[in-house]
Design a protein around this ligand. Structure first.
Ligand SMILES: [Cu+2]
Ligand SMILES: [Zn+2]
Length: 195
């Protein structure tokens, strides 16, 4: 009789493709797409600019506004006259420095360097050109002191020099897209650097 060779059976270790927990974590991290990076904030390279406001849409609104670079944006101050008595009015920075159209539509829409919805400056998402409403007195005179946030005097992407300030017939509701339902454009002025 032939000696029976014992058949040593080595159990086949099933090498299941088990990945270590650490590897899984790494894979997971790589799988999730990186979140869109916000563009780098710019700083103003100019201290001052001004906008001489002239009537639009057959209004009598005019005046001179001073623009000053401040932390986080640009402050707009000055006096406007010729408004139709007491009332609340929208004021924005529009994308094009072109006030040639009689209704100032040539100034384009609100300056919006960060591709945001229309809103209220400093409160949630808003255009770079969005600013708070101002109030006119019974004589139709208004002292403006508002601020745009996320824009600069000089710089590159967020520069507002060469764009336009536009005043509207009624108040901005800070909500309606794309421009706050602020009515006709009653004054327009191109933003120019002050030497
Ligand atoms: Cu406007
Ligand atoms: Zn806006």
């Amino acid at each position: 009789m032939t000696p029976h060779r014992p058949a040593f059976r080595f159990p086949l270790r099933r090498m299941a493709p088990t990945l270590s927990a650490a590897t899984m974590l790494l894979l997971g991290a790589c799988a999730s797409a990186p979140t869109a990076r916000a563009p780098a904030p710019e700083t103003s390279t100019l201290a001052h600019a001004q906008a001489v406001m002239t009537p639009a849409s057959a209004s009598l609104v005019s005046g001179k506004l001073s623009l000053t670079a401040v932390a986080g944006g640009v402050r707009v101050t000055g006096e406007l006259g010729g408004l139709q008595g007491a009332g609340i009015h929208a004021i924005h920075i529009h994308e094009k420095g072109d006030c040639s159209a009689v209704d100032a539509t040539s100034a384009g829409g609100h300056f919006n360097p960060d591709a945001q919805p229309h809103g209220r400056a400093g409160q949630g998402a808003h255009h770079g050109g969005d600013m708070d409403n101002f109030v006119a007195d019974a004589q139709g005179v208004a002292r403006v002191d508002v601020q745009a946030r996320g824009v600069t005097l000089g710089g590159n992407r967020t520069d507002i020099v060469g764009r336009a300030v536009v005043v509207h017939a009624v108040a901005d509701d800070y909500t309606t897209q794309p421009a706050g339902n602020a009515g006709a454009r009653v004054a327009c002025g191109i933003i120019k650097a002050v030497p």
